[in-house]
Design a protein around this ligand. Structure first.
Ligand code: GLN
Length: 483
């Protein structure tokens, strides 16, 4: 039996010899099989994880230098490539596809002696907020199996929530790390756009996508970020900004200037219990010596439409490669011509939500509507970026609830896609402006579900984000014990 507290604590035990990688891997593999009904994993790399653990134990006995993530058991979302392993973006269209190379993020984890335990379920092509759009079926929230775990990285969140790995990777295009972290009572970090290489991350919307981290402690998230971040010759959008040693510099007594958008706290869709817990949290921060001030944000109602116009436009282009020629099963073509061939493969391979978005994206890019939708949404994005710059001229941090409501029951929003889209109200801001954001557990709702608060800061200021999150008061009431 192993109970993960932090990577640092795990390494102390490794050092003392009270635990070995092989035992820890056995522990996780047995938890994974005991909770298989949660459907968090697409594939478990059991034999390989065992072999790797044995190899690492031998490395330790040989006295060799151990990597920063020595023996750390990590799950990766099924949109992240790992050489010679299947990757499908939870889509039928990629059934049986094997990665030809590893994502830079994965390479860097492995270079620091991590163990990849398996690939994690998600919404198809990372499109969704509830994990109800996966070719492998839904993932269950381990705290209440009748409720969604959030999406699109639902499997990654549940894997950490239910103790099926120590930390996991997801991707966040509009909230897919922070929202499921919020719904599952754990930490979810989306770094600055361009902080971690996207090489080997299956694209949804390339100017928004970013690999993110799920963990139970700020320290663990900091360490993973430190390992994965930084320049990469395979991704021209990744930043060459130096990567600080985040994990070694987390302690602070700094008093922050904190802003919040009045419109978001007063938004009618915000659950009243989340609203009052967030205001209580602000009071606590003030009593710790921070200064919390309201700021006007006049564009709140435009951000979800702008996000869905721009991301579907990018998705319609990114997903055009899945046509049955380069990728996807090349099925027998009943129509006999090339267009029929594409139509047949794409109709059979993509699920409903992905088709909806490809059509929406093609529509907003079509010649008659381009200016009315795409150009207009780009303008909104510019206004949001300007507003972000303005806020961070005067403030260190921006706080917001992560999601307007706690995890909802399955089926609750799946009949109305607009309702599902609108629930992304608080998370898409950080992706439109490219800033880093983290969701940390805040409290528990009267319905028993956890919810978090979201902390944001200026681009490449992850150190501030992590330090502040660590120094902030811990959750008002502890969320239910992890199963
Ligand atoms: N829920 C959002 C969407 O469906 C976010 C997805 C994501 O971040 N990958 O687009």
């Amino acid at each position: 039996m192993y109970q993960h507290q932090s990577i640092e604590q795990f390494h102390k035990e490794i050092e003392q010899g009270t635990i070995e990688c092989t035992r820890v891997v056995e522990h996780y593999l047995s938890r994974v099989s005991a909770t298989s009904h949660l459907n968090a994993f697409v594939e478990v790399f059991d034999a390989e994880a065992r072999e790797r653990a044995a190899e690492l134990d031998r490395k330790k006995s040989s006295g060799a230098r151990l990597g920063k993530l020595f023996g750390v058991v990590i799950g990766i979302k099924d949109v992240i490539c790992y050489k010679d392993h299947k990757v499908t973006a939870a889509s039928k269209i990629l059934k049986g596809f094997t990665s030809l190379y590893s994502a830079t993020a994965v390479e860097r984890l492995l270079a620091e002696d991590a163990i990849i335990i398996g690939s994690l379920n998600c919404d198809e092509f990372a499109m969704g907020s509830s994990n109800e759009h996966s070719a492998y079926g839904k993932v269950l929230n381990a705290l209440d199996e009748s409720r969604v775990p959030g999406g699109s990285s639902g499997g990654s969140a549940v894997a950490v929530q239910a103790g099926l790995c120590m930390v996991s990777l997801g991707s966040d295009t509009g909230g897919s790390v922070r929202q499921p972290a919020d719904f599952c009572g754990i930490i979810g970090l989306k770094p600055t756009y361009g902080r971690i290489s996207r090489y080997g991350l299956i694209a949804y919307a390339s100017s928004f996508d970013q690999i993110g981290i799920f963990s139970t402690t700020v320290e663990d998230a900091a360490l993973l970020l430190e390992v994965m971040a930084g320049q990469d010759e395979f991704d021209s959008t990744v930043s060459s900004e130096p990567v600080p040693a985040y994990s070694e510099n987390l302690d602070t007594t700094e008093k922050y200037r904190i802003a919040y958008f009045e419109e978001s706290l007063e938004h009618p869709s915000l659950d009243p219990e989340i609203r009052s817990a967030t205001y209580d949290f602000f009071k606590k921060l003030e009593s710790q010596g921070h200064k919390v001030s309201p700021v006007r944000f006049e564009y709140l109602d435009y951000i979800v439409p702008a996000y869905y116009i721009l991301t579907t436009a990018e998705a319609s282009s990114n997903l055009s490669r899945f046509d049955g020629v380069k990728y996807g099963p090349r099925e027998k073509n009943p129509a006999g011509d090339l267009t029929g061939f594409y139509q047949h493969n794409r109709s059979a391979g993509f699920g409903k939500e992905v088709k909806r978005r490809i059509m929406l994206g093609n529509f907003v890019l079509s010649s008659g509507y381009y200016d009315a939708y795409f150009t207009q949404a780009q303008r909104v994005r510019r206004l949001i970026i300007n507003k972000t710059d303005e806020v961070f001229r005067d403030f260190d941090l921006l706080l917001m609830p992560t999601v307007p409501s706690p995890a909802f029951p399955f089926g609750d929003k799946s009949k109305d896609p607009i309702e599902m889209f609108l629930a992304d109200l608080f998370t898409v801001f950080a992706n439109l402006s490219g800033i880093p954001a983290i969701s940390i557990p805040l409290s528990t709702h009267s319905n028993g579900m956890p919810f978090g608060v979201q902390v944001m800061t200026n681009r490449f200021k992850e150190l501030t984000l992590l330090r502040a999150s660590k120094s902030f008061p811990s959750p008002v009431e502890p969320t239910k014990e992890r199963p």
